[in-house]
Design a protein around this ligand. Structure first.
Ligand SMILES: [Ca+2]
Ligand SMILES: [Ca+2]
Length: 530
């Protein structure tokens, strides 16, 4: 039975996205409510006031559907059920209710490309070649030749039970000679790809998306969309069929009012960010520049100025996320240098796009030493100075961050120069000024290690100036008339050591030679001459 829109009304006054900031949350690592050492939805609900105070207007939940991996959750076993470690559907409804009350929308990961090998339809397909679920997945009697996805063969010999292999997939031993019966898995043997050309399999996912929209989710982060449909050993990534299917998914979600879609598309994110594909996509090509500019890379400053001349406004910006391929936690990328850290935060939180803060980033949480792969960047949230940083009263599934004693929410709430205060300031600017949240990108310039740009929306115009360099600079400001009036909205002290409260004695804007202290940010409101 198809699922129809049973609650076709907006749950939240404003659509999430459209420039207002999200936070990405790994529920397992956020807050444990019952002492089992694993974060859960009830724990997250108890921390919504922190998120509201921070100023985010959206939450992206990494997968909360039931999964087989007992960790990140991308190996789904039930596309319409909540992971029991995290709670129940009733908890999910309560999270939505409580978040919406605070003006915060909630989206979650939806993984359509693949399921877990434990997903019951895959088990049925494995057990019986005549099962109606067999064509839900991709099979080949003989071993297909010529395939190479990131150094590995994505075709797995089912009878060898390759999902039991514990090494890297590229090291999986070859199947015996003459082996028969292979299935396809882009990301590994434990995550078989769906055959999305098979109407019943696709319909199942479309109905699952409707299920979540009916529950009150405000949208989805669509995982790995360029991998949805393959054509051949050469043509497997970002095929036209995957783009078309992405648009179909966006249309379904947005047939509900005030819903949001954002896609993970590492190959060509600016294409997926367009309205005619996904409508939003993570800006993987921009992120390295946001990180490099505060380290003194003038070419990165120039590249950021050029990026927004052509990138769609639906791009989603960030400093780091849950995947190590996108980089270490920001704290480690900047080598604990807080001035550089805050410069990078100001950069993406004052730019176009929709920013996504990675949980813990707002307090400078460090990665975990001595762990491999993605695990160092998926540690428990640092809340306070209690044992395990306040994450759990029990034994945590993973240790607290090494800097949790100083870089936690409680300590940083008290500090006037803290990273958390800086994030709150930036989000207050974004929430209080529509031009910063979703305005144009005008008169952008790079002058060595100084970047400036104007943002305009309706009658409001703002000017952002960032000096990434270690030296005081005077720069010419393009696009300002001699009679423009300027009001300082926010300024940092030199070297980002706290903020200056604008006063009557604030520096004047001098368009021909404006002074910017070393490592500093200024935000101005510009008005035409009266
Ligand atoms: Ca728990
Ligand atoms: Ca696929």
């Amino acid at each position: 039975m198809p699922i129809h829109c049973t609650h076709c009304r907006p749950f939240i006054r404003r659509q999430p996205g459209s420039g207002r900031a999200f936070i990405e949350i790994f529920v397992r690592a956020y807050q444990d409510s019952d002492g089992d050492g694993i974060g859960d939805l009830r724990g997250l609900i108890s921390r919504l006031d922190h998120l509201h105070q921070l100023g985010v207007r959206g939450i992206w939940l990494m997968p909360v559907t039931r999964s087989a991996d007992r960790d990140h959750g991308y190996a789904t076993t039930d596309f319409r059920g909540v992971e029991p470690d995290y709670g129940t559907l009733a908890d999910m409804r309560e999270l939505l209710r409580q978040a919406h009350r605070r003006g915060i929308g909630v989206i979650m990961d939806y993984v359509i490309n693949h399921g877990s090998h434990e997903f019951p339809p895959f088990q049925a397909a494995l057990a019986d070649a005549s099962s109606p679920y067999r064509p839900w997945f991709l099979w080949s009697q003989e071993a297909p030749k010529g395939w190479d996805i990131w150094g590995k063969n994505p075709w797995y010999h089912a009878a060898s039970k390759p999902w039991t292999f514990e090494g890297e997939w590229k090291d999986l031993p070859a199947p015996p000679p003459g082996a028969q019966g292979f299935y396809f898995g882009t990301f590994g043997a434990n995550m078989p790809d769906f055959n999305l050309r098979h109407a019943p399999a696709l319909r199942y996912h479309l109905d699952s998306l409707r299920f979540w929209m009916n529950l009150g989710l405000d949208g989805v982060r669509l995982d790995a969309v360029p991998h949805m449909v393959e054509n051949s050993a050469q043509d497997w990534n970002d095929q036209p069929e995957s783009r078309a299917l992405t648009k179909q998914l966006q249309d379904l979600v947005k047939s509900y009012p005030k819903r949001y879609t954002v896609c993970e598309a590492t190959a060509s994110p600016e294409v997926y960010g367009r309205a005619d594909v996904c409508g939003g996509a993570f800006a993987f090509s921009l992120i390295p520049h946001i990180v490099a500019a505060p380290k003194g890379d003038a070419a990165a400053v120039r590249a950021m100025v050029d990026y927004w001349k052509s990138a769609p406004p639906g791009m989603a910006t960030f400093l780091s996320n849950h995947d190590i391929f996108a980089g270490q936690r920001a704290w480690d990328q900047f080598g604990a240098n807080e001035a550089r850290y805050k410069l990078a935060a100001s950069t993406y939180l004052l730019m176009p796009g929709t920013p996504f803060i990675y949980y813990g980033e707002e307090v400078g949480q460090a990665g975990l030493p001595g762990l491999k792969g993605d695990l160092p960047i998926r540690g428990p949230m640092s809340w306070d100075t209690r044992p395990h940083a306040g994450f759990t009263k029990g034994t945590p599934f993973r240790a607290a961050a090494p800097n949790a004693a100083t870089h936690n929410v409680l300590a940083q709430s008290a500090g006037t120069r803290s990273i958390l205060r800086h994030y709150r300031d930036m989000l207050a600017l974004r929430n209080g000024h529509p031009s910063i949240a979703r305005g144009t990108w005008e008169h952008a310039f790079a002058d060595g290690l100084v970047m400036g740009f104007q943002r305009a929306l309706g009658p409001e115009r703002t000017l952002v100036l960032i000096n990434y360099g270690q030296a005081h600079r005077e720069v010419a400001l393009p696009g300002l008339g001699a009679s423009s009036r300027a009001e300082l909205l926010w300024a940092s002290a030199p070297h980002m050591a706290g903020r200056l409260i604008p006063t009557a004695s604030a520096p004047a804007l001098r368009p021909t030679a404006h002074a910017l202290p070393a490592q500093s940010v200024q935000v101005w409101r510009i008005s035409p001459a009266s």
